[in-house]
Ligand binder design. Structure first.
Ligand code: GRG
Length: 293
């Protein structure tokens, strides 16, 4: 099985489901609906939904039962990207190769589209069928915690407050475990919870998710730096700005690469209890750490 082909194929299923859930562009409020659809349907690897679906499959869950939760995760991810791109945050003009939401719809609409995606995610969670109310409740709690002040928003705040300061490895760890790691971890755990994972299975999948979350961010930082070096020919030393909350800034480029491959190894070891059934999640760990996009 080729993992890139697998991701492309699964993305089509997820995109179809997202399209189905998102409010149509020709109904009121038209501008808001257009703005929400613009960002969500602009591409993206759909890693979070795929992680949820694959964790579920490993435990014996049915894809169609997990799809609403998979969409909810992607909507929250997209809300975070829209808000992260705003002038008050990263002030980015491009996302997934297209103008950012606020560049097309204006800042006010981008803020509101993000808000609407966040809240709509929880509405979609109520549409989960064939799963006990108790499991849905646990999954909702997981999603809320991972998205809010104890998760992604908390990590984003720590990242903003760290700007312009030298931070230590503990702070860096906190930022990334929360800013990016929390939603990736929730993706795996939600798929597992909705499929009735037992404690041992949930613990193994949680370790896997924590490791790939960390690896994802280390690789993201490395790719950013390597991209800059390629684009503007900056020398590595000057780019490893100590005031940046990145792994290469704290550990150096070579050590960061070693750390990324260790996270991948630990992620895969955590799935030993599942044997060959974990093939897709094992390949996804490799894909996340070895990606060159
Ligand atoms: C604004 C509440 C709030 C949070 C923002 C996640 C985040 C917090 C900001 C994103 C900034 C960023 C680019 C972080 C690097 C890691 C990351 C989340 C990259 C984008 O995720 P991918 O690669 O994106 O899964 P696609 O486009 O494939 O969906």
């Amino acid at each position: 099985m080729n993992i890139k082909e697998f991701i492309n194929c699964k993305s089509k299923v997820i995109n179809k489901e997202l399209d189905k859930h998102l409010p149509a562009e020709d109904i009121h409020p038209i501008q808001l609906n257009k703005s929400m659809r613009y960002s969500v349907l602009a591409g993206g690897k759909r890693l979070r939904p795929i992680l949820a679906l694959e964790a579920a499959k490993l435990i014996g869950g049915q894809e169609e039962d997990i799809l609403p939760a998979a969409c909810a995760l992607e909507l929250i991810h997209n809300y975070s990207l829209i808000h992260d791109d705003l002038p008050a945050m990263d002030d980015d003009d491009l996302r997934r190769g297209k103008p950012t939401n606020h560049k097309v719809f204006g800042e006010a609409m981008a803020i509101l589209a993000g808000d609407a995606l966040l809240t709509y995610a929880f509405e979609i969670m109520t549409k989960i069928d064939n799963v006990s109310a108790e499991q849905v409740l646990l999954a909702v709690k997981e999603l809320a915690k991972a998205s809010g002040s104890k998760g992604m928003v908390g990590g984003q705040v720590a990242d903003i407050l760290a700007e312009g300061h030298q931070i230590d490895s503990n702070e860096l760890d906190y930022i990334h475990r929360h800013k990016t790691g929390a939603l990736l971890k929730a993706s795996v755990r939600i798929g597992a919870i909705l499929s009735g994972a037992n404690d041992e299975q949930l613990k193994a999948l949680t370790t896997y998710a924590e490791e790939i979350g960390l690896g994802f961010q280390i690789v993201d930082d490395i790719l950013d730096i390597e991209g800059d070096i390629e684009k503007i020919g900056k020398d590595v030393g000057s780019d490893l700005d100590r005031d940046k909350a990145t792994f290469p800034a704290i550990y150096g480029l070579e050590e960061s690469k070693k750390m990324a491959s260790k996270t991948c190894k630990r992620a895969k070891e955590a799935l030993n209890i599942f044997g060959e059934k974990a093939e897709v999640l094992l390949k996804l760990a490799d894909y996340i750490i070895e990606r060159d996009y």
